[in-house]
Each structure stands twice: as C-alpha cells, then as structure tokens.
Design a protein around this ligand. Structure first.
Ligand code: AMP
Length: 191
C-alpha cells in the first residue's frame, strides 16, 4: 500500500495536487477539510460543532477529526492506499494515525510537505475565496489566523515525520504540472 501525507499550510495547493495524485496512483483521497465542509452543509451535529472552530480559522478538536478519519479508513478496506490531505494537523493526530495504520499493517510511506511563502498563500486564498465563495477564504484576518495556527500547531508535525525519515520538502511555487512532477518524483522514489 502507498500511504501519502500531503502536507502544507492553507493555500499550498494540497487539494489540487491530491486530485491529480489519486488519478495517477489510484489512491483514496481523504481530506478532513472536505469531510468537515460536507458535515457543515448537511447541518449534522458534528458539522454544527465544527463550524464554531472553522469560521474562526481554529482547529477542530483532535478527537473529532481522528474519529472521522478512522471511519473513512475502515470504509475503504479495498483501497490501494490513501492520500491524507489536511490531516494530520497536530502531533497528536499524527500519533493517532500511526496507531491506526500500524494496526492495519500499512504505515505512512512518505510525508510530502509543500512550501509556499505567506504572502503568496494569502494572495492564493483570497483569490480562491472570490472564486469559490468559501467563507474562511474571504476574510484576511481569518486567513492570517489559519496561517498562525499552522505555524504553531501544525508545522511541528514535520519533526514527527522527519524523526521517521519520511519527510520530503517540496517547493510549492510554480505551475500545477511542475509541482505535480516534483511530488511524483518523491513518490516514485519510494515505490
Ligand atoms: P482545509 O480545507 O484543510 O483548509 O480545512 C478547513 C478548516 O477545517 C480548517 O481551518 C480547520 O478549522 C478544519 N480542519 C480541517 N482539517 C483539520 C484537522 N486535521 N484538524 C483540525 N481541524 C481541521
């Protein structure tokens, strides 16, 4: 199995690249942001709870997202592998994911971290907000909080995978195809 963590700050291009990678490698795409937005839209209890955090650009509690991912992994028993997008976002989430995957005997193969500077991230997110109508992409102060939360709570996840020799840093600036090629090279090196 090929299990990839696609990592990076909001606006780094994880969703766009994940779509291309699942096509090429026949993997299942698990994006906690997408799952949470679907819950919000469905006005489920989980969605209502998550909304309070998402609209401020804060992280949804670990127990909620870990439980969500566990359900999705269990629901895809035939998968050739997974691309985790926007998860794990804390060291506690990374530890929980390791425990879940080791119970199944299919560990994370690589953690690919996209790097993009803050000014470029803010520019990309504001543009996405205009085009998609996504609420948390339309307000500069929410965007800045998401980047702050990334630097404080999420960036340490790099050290977690670095400690396992699984972290690869990828330049996230360039054309979509150029960045895709960089990601594929890093994946093909482990296959
Ligand atoms: P994203 O689409 O990945 O940028 O996620 C949008 C929002 O959903 C984030 O700002 C968080 O509020 C929430 N979220 C998504 N994934 C996670 C996660 N792994 N842990 C905590 N909160 C998350």
């Amino acid at each position: 199995m090929l299990n990839i963590v696609l990592f990076g700050p909001p606006g780094a291009g994880k969703g766009t690249q994940a779509e291309k990678l699942i096509d090429k490698y026949q993997l299942v795409h698990l994006s906690t942001g997408d799952i949470l937005r679907a819950e919000l839209k469905a006005e489920s209890e989980l969605g209502k709870e998550a909304k309070k955090f998402m609209e401020k650009g804060e992280l949804v509690p670990d127990s909620v997202v870990i439980g969500m991912i566990e359900v999705k992994i269990d629901a895809n028993k035939e998968a050739k592998g997974f691309i985790f997008d926007g998860f794990p976002r804390t060291t506690a989430q990374a530890e929980a994911l390791d425990a879940m995957l080791s119970a199944k005997g299919t560990p994370i193969s690589r953690m690919l971290a996209l790097f993009v500077d803050d000014d470029e991230l803010i520019k990309r997110l504001l543009l996405r907000g205009k085009e998609s109508g996504r609420a948390d992409d339309q307000d500069q102060s929410i965007i800045e909080n998401r980047i702050k939360v990334y630097n404080k709570d999420t960036a340490p996840v790099i050290d977690f995978y670095e400690g396992q020799n699984k972290h690869v840093s990828i330049d996230g600036v360039g054309s979509i195809d150029e960045i895709f090629e960089r990601l594929c090279e890093a994946i093909d090196a482990v296959k």
